[in-house]
Design a protein around this ligand. Structure first.
Ligand code: ZN
Length: 734
């Protein structure tokens, strides 16, 4: 056991925290922590202090341009390695197909793709490389992947850093190599230089310059990402877990309606059902969003995640080992409600639980699992942490205040949890020395422990930072810093965009500064959850994240200016002003949420809790005054005027305006239902106004807000107010 942990355990024991005597009665529920009061340690200087460095190097070369297309005619052929199952071939093919599609859209020319090998597609004529494809000879070539010509000119994948790429124009050829999947990133880099952009998914957000003649200037570019795990998880791909309730999709849709869309997540399907959309109405969604994620180079060569991981436990241990489970306020160790046992918590202070979990994980790792997750089940349904005497002895008496699901005040249980996670990790590592063990720091155990050190092999995913509550965010920043000094491997797993439930908000600049800080202090990657796909209201925030994950040194203002320029041309200045105004309102709204949270005691360490969250979202949307709406519309009017006869730009302005209108209608529903409750008729009218709006919005701008996801979430929200999305709201014909 590492020295630091031994010391922490000794400290705990010295402070009187230990297991009770055999005969001690431990099944006493109380909300009084029984651990010591300790001095709150200062945060101290960061353990890791990385510099922000841009890895991209671009250099102009002498020579003449490489023509991809000339007056709408293909002038270059794309050569990829011989067909195989190898990563290099698959990555090169993907890169080639993207280049081919983009040049076709831009130049109306189809560049042929040919395989290197037999027969050799090259020949040398007058000292120049020629490519034979489709019985034509092409004077220019794009060579993707390793080949002899590229290697002779110093372009080879073996020399690259992890996920790095190199693009070099050599004579009449563009040579591209990439490590892992990175050949395609080189193509994207090149296309971005010529004005291609992907602002949001779908045609309207895709910027394709018209280049009948597409000439690539001689250049050399190399780059590699700062982080090798750049995950942003879409909210609407949530799939039922094996232990979860059987999916209801068969009750919602006929097999014919589900058809090829049976792989949609449960949440969007539930939302579509609530709103009376058929799955086919969403058919363009998944591919368009995948295109956006690819363009923004999300993914990466590493994958660490730690999902809620004890969903199986009740079924496996509930019958014979009731003492493995949490003692609840009602004095029982049975799950609440009985139909949600997959959310039930464990009694981690029970040494048999430590043993059982470690053995389960060791078994899974030996069977090929890539990671052992130790993350507790998600909350909900009254499933509180165990409050037995033995567990409470592990809780530090003066840890930060939290509110239990029962509504009782308590203290953060991070020391208890991480004390036990360390013990489990130690057992796993003893059996599988190279095991990857991970856990999230979330909810009642989000805060860094006060006395417990973290096992050096335990990877921690910090669930914090979202931009709708200023105080909460400040608290998250402090706890990130505490974690950064404790965990040897720390990744960021925020519920980042959940905060405003589709309500218009801009916090791109603040977010970029936070990502820079996280990177500097040791972040190894991200697993960003709740990427909600509300592109007309939160799109700028989405846009900035992958750019910063690739290059934390990037200038956020330059990215925003580029977004405005690329998408809005002559209206760019007005759109920049619009985002700046929304950013000011968003900051004000986040402060108001904090103030109301204090006044109404609705904030705690876990403000992702949905019941409390509804009040947060109501308070956030209430910050938009009629004057704000008027001012924002006036700015968009000016943008519209500046767009003139440019139909695409004009429509993009309308797209943003749709988000603004959505916000006003939704704010009204939150206001009438939660903030200043009206009578039932008023509530129904306000709730239903949203769905009338959804109908026109979805048909015109399907990517403006995530109608399917909101249909799911709203189903829960308004039902709790005695309101339902009724069949009368039928939106689109099944
Ligand atoms: Zn317990």
């Amino acid at each position: 056991m590492p020295k630091t942990i031994s010391l922490a355990l000794l400290l705990l024991l010295a402070l009187g925290v230990g297991l009770p005597a055999q005969d001690e009665q431990i099944d006493i529920w109380d909300n009084k922590p029984l651990g010591p009061t300790v001095p709150i340690p200062p945060i101290g200087p960061p353990r890791v202090n990385r510099e922000l460095k841009d890895n991209r190097v671009s250099q102009k070369l002498p020579g003449t341009p490489v023509l991809l297309a000339e007056n709408g005619r293909a002038r270059a052929a794309i050569v990829i390695p011989a067909e195989s199952n190898e990563r290099q071939y698959i990555a090169a093919k993907r890169a080639a197909e993207l280049l081919q599609a983009k040049v076709l859209a831009s130049s109306q020319a189809t560049l042929p793709i040919v395989n290197d090998g037999d027969p050799q597609p090259f020949r040398i004529e007058n000292g120049k490389l020629r490519v034979i494809a489709n019985n034509d000879v092409f004077d220019y070539a794009v060579l993707i992947g390793d080949n002899g010509f590229a290697a002779e000119n110093g372009v080879a994948a073996k020399d690259l850093p992890e996920e790095g790429f190199l693009l070099k124009v050599v004579d009449n050829a563009i040579c591209i190599v990439g490590d892992y999947d990175s050949a395609i990133y080189a193509v994207i880099d090149l296309l971005e230089q010529y004005g291609f952009r992907c602002l949001w998914p779908g045609e309207l957000g895709t910027i394709t310059p018209k280049l009948p003649t597409f000439a690539v200037q001689p250049i050399q570019i190399s780059d590699a990402p700062a982080l090798h795990q750049r995950h942003m998880r879409s909210s609407d791909t949530y799939k039922p877990r094996p232990w979860n309730l059987p999916p209801k999709r068969q009750d919602w849709f006929t097999p014919a309606e589900l058809g090829p869309y049976d792989d949609y997540g449960d949440r969007p399907l539930a939302g579509l059902y609530n709103l009376k959309f058929a799955p086919r109405h969403m058919q363009h969604w998944a591919p368009a969003k995948a295109d956006w994620s690819l363009w923004h180079r999300l993914g990466g060569s590493r994958r660490v995640g730690a999902g809620h991981s004890y969903g199986y436990a009740w079924e496996k241990y509930g019958k014979d080992h009731l003492d493995y489970f949490a003692l609840l306020k009602n004095g029982s160790r049975h799950p609440l409600p009985v139909n949600k046992p997959y959310r039930f918590q464990l009694c981690y202070s029970n040494p048999e639980v430590i043993e059982a979990i470690a053995n389960d994980r060791i078994e899974a790792l030996k069977a090929g699992a890539s990671t052992a997750s130790l993350s507790p089940n998600d909350g909900g349904g009254g499933n509180a942490p165990c409050m037995c005497v033995r567990c409470r002895k592990l809780d530090i008496a003066n840890a930060e205040p939290i509110t239990l699901p029962s509504g009782d005040p308590y203290v953060a249980i991070s020391d208890r949890h991480f004390h036990c996670f360390n013990l489990i990790t130690e057992k796993i590592i003893a059996a599988v020395p190279d095991a990857r063990v991970a856990v999230i720091a979330y909810s009642q155990y989000r805060n860094a422990p006060l006395v417990t050190e973290i096992h050096p092999k335990l990877i921690v995913g910090f669930v914090g930072l979202s931009y709708h509550d200023a105080d909460y965010n400040q608290n998250c920043r402090e706890h990130w810093d505490r974690w950064a000094n404790k965990a040897m491997q720390l990744y960021w797993r925020p519920n980042l965009f959940y905060g405003t439930k589709g309500i218009l908000a801009v916090y791109a600049t603040e977010l970029a500064q936070d990502i820079k800080h996280l990177y500097r202090t040791g972040m190894i990657g991200t697993d960003i959850d709740t990427f909600g796909q509300d592109w007309a209201t939160l799109g700028l925030n989405y846009y900035i994240v992958p750019k910063l994950l690739w290059n934390p040194a990037a200038d956020p203002e330059a990215i925003i200016q580029d977004y405005c320029q690329a998408g809005f041309g002559p209206a760019a200045a007005a759109i920049r002003e619009y985002f700046a105004e929304v950013e000011k309102i968003s900051q004000r709204a986040a402060r108001e949420v904090s103030a109301r949270a204090k006044a109404r005691a609705m904030a705690d360490a876990d403000n992702d809790d949905p019941a409390r969250g509804r009040l947060h979202w109501a308070a956030f949307s209430a910050a938009y005054s009629q004057e704000d709406y008027g001012r924002l519309h006036a700015i968009l009017d000016r943008a519209k005027q500046a767009a003139g006869a440019d139909e695409a730009i004009s429509q993009r302005v309308d797209f943003l305006r749709a988000g603004l209108n959505f916000t006003a209608i939704r704010a009204r529903a939150f206001d009438v239902c939660f903030q200043n409750p009206g009578n039932k008729e008023e509530k129904i009218a306000a709730v239903n106004a949203q769905y009338d709006f959804f109908k026109t919005l979805y048909i015109k701008y399907p990517f403006a807000v995530n109608v399917a996801f909101l249909g799911w979430w709203d189903g829960n929200t308004w039902t709790r107010q005695g309101l339902k999305i009724t069949p009368e709201n039928s939106l689109l014909d099944r």
